[in-house]
Design a protein around this ligand. Sequence first.
Ligand code: ZN
Length: 279
Amino acid sequence: MSEMNEIGIAYDFLKNVILSEPLYKTVEFDARWYYSFASFSRMIDHDYCDHCSENSVFEWNYDLSFHDIFCKLAEYNKDSQNPIFRGITEPYRNQPVFIDYLFFCTGCKRIHYYTMMFKGNTVTKIGQYPSFASKEKVELKKYKNLKIVKKYYIELMRSVDAYSQHMGIAAFVYLRRIYEHIVETEYSKLSIEKNEKASFDEKMKAVDKEIHIIPDVLASQKSKIYSVLSKGIHEYDEDECYEMYPVIRNVILFILNRYLAQKDEKKLQEDARKLLASK
Ligand SMILES: [Zn+2]
């Protein structure tokens, strides 16, 4: 891998952990990336600013102290055969180091905070303001009035709370209920011959075949998604749920986006019809 490539991958990795991963999820990386982390000069985030009341650009800029800390971490966590070097670095190896990333809204200078804990070859986000849940909820607001999830909107919100607190099963089960409701609703609309005793798995596949509910980008993961979603509540384990949560969330948002687009199109057509009728 070229050096530029590796820096780019390290950049995307760190930015994703800071901005997108929930609290307390520990992620591993190659300890050599500390050198890359030391060299980042700027990170940009597009986020909702509650002071500007609109989506805004948030910016983090290079800080010399970060450079020094990361260079030290790179040295401390380097695998070395040299016993003298090891004698110096060993006491510092795997010691937690806490770093605050401050992103400023370019419109109003309001700050979004993220506190990261670096330890050996792992990083964990241990603090965030505004909270992960409140950010997510702003993004999900647009689905609030969709007929299909009206009854389950509160559960969509609860799934975000549960996920942000690292409660994988709870978060996943809320999503699974929403997904089940969508599949049952769509299945009842299908104009195919229906089997009274069809299992959830069969219904899901029938619906997917007709209206294509799993996005193309996830096509290669389809059988895994199917198998996870068709399990009974007691069969889930915490890690599996945690890992699958973002995937299922995206599948659900993909479906909801389509309903949203249909709703918008209907409104446009209706407006056009009214306009023509008034002429
Ligand atoms: Zn702002």
